[in-house]
Ligand binder design. Structure first.
Ligand code: WT7
Length: 646
């Protein structure tokens, strides 16, 4: 191997001066990252293997939604995620794979084996005509081959576009066509708890409408019968057996595309967020090591699916570039029973556990015996992501999983940001429950008021923007830079608008209050629906709540709550009264829900986000046109909600 520009090839542990151990370190480095961002990021980036150094660290112009990092630098991200670890970590486990069914054997993939497999898959793709710049759609279950597929694309310079395997064929069509994929990598089927999903047949249906796809590669996973179309469909195992385990990496420019990942806009077609090689690599690695304070040999588990940005950045690229051992879990938290997560932690002696509030809330409802059955003493650090975590879930997680001694790293970020933005640093940042706390070095948040001015003092609330570029920011929406600009850079000219609301308290700590489109104004008071939901959830009978605003004659907007109870309530009106009092007690009488509808489920997307658009329509009494409901996990709940509307 002959890498130019790497000072650290032999000692592949990262030695930069940017390691943060104390809060003083944090403050100093934060200051430096603001005063001299180019020097700061240059130091971080020097910890990697570059084929050729960059000529310029940064060029940017937020008025044109433009930012470029490490300009002129050449690299291949897989040389940083794999090759450079081989001298010291060839036999270390890179990937621990935990299957859907606990009776099936786990797999442990070393860095050496990862290298060989990724090379084989890279050669297989090349043999089928895939070359640098081609888009490859990946639609697979959570198996090691999924990781190989992503890294193989990166190795040969193809652009991966992973589509979460829970999406329907219609969503697959939109995503494949939007980016003009030449190939789809899939499997015969996927396991999900006690169910089997026929992925290949979903692909077959999609491909009737996808003229750009020439070939598919099909991994055998569930032994589901599939139809293989000659000349188009190829079995993974046949093709891989012909492929060599040495695949020279394509030299990529720092700003060449690494991947496209679609994120559902609440309106319109999904946005293909574009991430590029250099900045994304530097940032996901830095943020992973910093926020979780990852130590050599630790076992790290992020429960997300690789179909989402969390899986890209913090199952694959961040951890592997840091030489970590990362767990990949094929199953679901509730099967075979509600103790599965805790079982997996015990089994693989997990040290760092990163999951979503929605998972915590569902597991919190199960008897504690499911937790207590397992040995969780290896845990050192807990993480959460995806939505604001409510106070109750935070404390449950802290008490019952962390046993009061694991910091909870509440990471705020987005598909668009590529990596963590506002988050505590484990054992460095003093925590406050439900606060994402402070920006990482290099991140410059600005809170904007109603009139579009930045509010600079503490003890304020407003819209969250970022006023300076960071290396992993999305560069554009694939094929539609104008939409990128309109969506993110036009609301507050010169700033990146996150779409989130937030508070900054007297200590300068940030608390994300939720999407600003979820804010309701009742009698002139600005209220976060998440805050009201959290208050309602405090009632012991309540399992989950979604609150939206609806037009109200006197107040402007009223508060409409959709409430799921553990047991169907016997005396609905009595319970309504109790809930109102609870909210009045926790937030104030102004936040008391005007209407409370008891429901058995909420309309959620497959990623677990409540589709508030639908609830708002129901609350407004306008159920004639609910728009597109095809991405819902369970479309049937909508009918029940419509029928019970108040
Ligand atoms: C939106 C981004 C980033 C990976 C998963 C979601 C919300 C995310 C937090 C957090 C409060 C959070 C925001 C953000 N969000 N993390 N720790 N606290 N809210 O990625 O699907 O792109 O969603 O998720 O509203 O804008 P995404």
């Amino acid at each position: 191997m002959n890498f130019i520009g790497s000072k650290y090839l032999k000692e592949n542990d990262q030695k930069s001066m940017n390691i943060i151990k104390t809060f003083d370190d944090y403050q100093q480095q934060y200051q430096r990252s603001i005063e001299n961002p180019e020097a700061f990021w240059s130091d971080v980036a020097n910890d990697f293997v570059w084929r050729k150094g960059w000529e310029k660290v940064l060029e940017w112009d937020f008025h044109n939604a433009a930012a470029k990092w490490f300009i002129g630098g050449k690299l291949n991200i897989t040389e940083n995620c794999i090759d450079r670890h081989l001298p010291t970590r060839a036999n270390q486990t890179a990937l621990i794979w935990e299957p859907n069914d606990p009776k099936e054997t786990s797999r442990y993939i070393t860095y050496q084996e990862l290298f060989e497999r990724v090379c084989q898959v890279g050669n297989m793709l090349r043999a089928h005509g895939i070359k640098k710049g081609d888009r490859v759609c990946i639609y697979m279950p959570m198996v090691p081959e999924l990781t190989y597929a992503l890294l193989a694309c990166a190795r040969i310079g193809a652009v991966h576009s992973v589509v979460f395997a829970g999406f329907s064929s219609g969503s697959l069509v939109d995503r494949i066509n939007d980016s003009g994929c030449r190939m789809v990598i899939t499997s015969d089927g996927a396991y999900r708890g006690d169910k089997k999903i026929g992925l290949k047949s979903i692909v077959d249906e999609a491909l009737l409408k996808c003229p750009t796809v020439e070939k598919t590669i099909v991994l055998e996973r569930t032994q589901t019968r599939v139809v293989m179309k000659p000349e188009r469909d190829f079995w993974w195992h046949d093709e891989i057996s012909k492929a060599s385990t040495n695949c020279p990496a394509e030299e990529m420019d720092a700003e060449d595309l690494l991947f496209i990942l679609y994120t559902s806009g609440s309106t319109g077609k999904p946005k293909g967020m574009v991430h590029t090689c250099g900045g994304y690599m530097v940032y996901t690695n830095y943020t992973f090591r910093t926020a979780f304070q990852y130590q050599d040999k630790q076992v790290y588990w992020c429960t997300a699916d690789v179909g989402w940005i969390t899986g890209h950045s913090y199952i694959i690229y961040g951890p592997l570039s840091a030489g970590a051992t990362t767990v990949m879990f094929e199953g679901i938290p509730s099967w075979p029973d509600m103790g599965r997560f805790w079982h997996v932690i015990e089994k693989h002696r997990v040290n760092i556990f990163y999951t979503a509030p929605t998972a915590i809330r569902s597991l919190e409802k199960a008897p504690l015996s499911f937790v207590d059955a397992y040995e969780l003493s290896t845990l050192k650090i807990l993480g959460t992501v995806g939505e604001p975590i409510n106070e109750e879930a935070w404390h449950w997680y802290d008490r019952n999983i962390g046993k009061g001694h694991c910091p909870i790293i509440d990471t705020w970020w987005q598909t668009e940001t590529g990596g963590f933005m506002i988050t505590p640093i484990a054992n460095v940042t003093k925590l406050k429950p439900t606060f994402a706390t402070l920006p990482l070095p290099g991140v410059q948040p600005a809170i904007m008021d109603e009139r579009g001015n930045e509010v600079t003092e503490n003890g304020v609330e407003g819209r969250l923007t970022i006023k300076f570029p960071w290396p992993a920011m999305a560069r554009t929406i694939y094929g539609d830079h104008q939409r990128f600009r309109d969506t993110y850079f036009s609301t507050f000219p010169g700033k990146y608008f996150t779409g989130d609301g937030c508070k900054r308290d007297e200590d300068g700590y940030y608390r994300i209050t939720g999407r600003v489109d979820d804010v309701i104004i009742v009698s002139g008071h600005n209220m976060g629906t998440a805050e009201i939901e959290s208050a309602i959830d405090e009632h012991s009978a309540v399992c989950e709540t979604a609150v939206v605003g609806y037009p109200h004659d006197i107040k402007g907007q009223g508060v409409y709550a959709f409430v799921i109870c553990y047991d169907k309530p016997h005396e609905e009106d009595k319970l309504r009264q109790e809930i109102r009092e609870m909210v009045a007690k926790i937030i104030g009488p102004i936040a008391k829900p005007d209407k409370i509808q008891f429901v058995s489920g909420l309309p959620k997307t497959r990623s677990g986000k409540i589709m508030r658009r639908i609830l708002r329509k129901v609350a407004e009494g306008d159920v004639s046109n609910l728009g597109d409901t095809t991405t819902l996990l369970d479309p049937a709940v909508v009918d029940e909600i419509k029928a019970g509307a108040l």
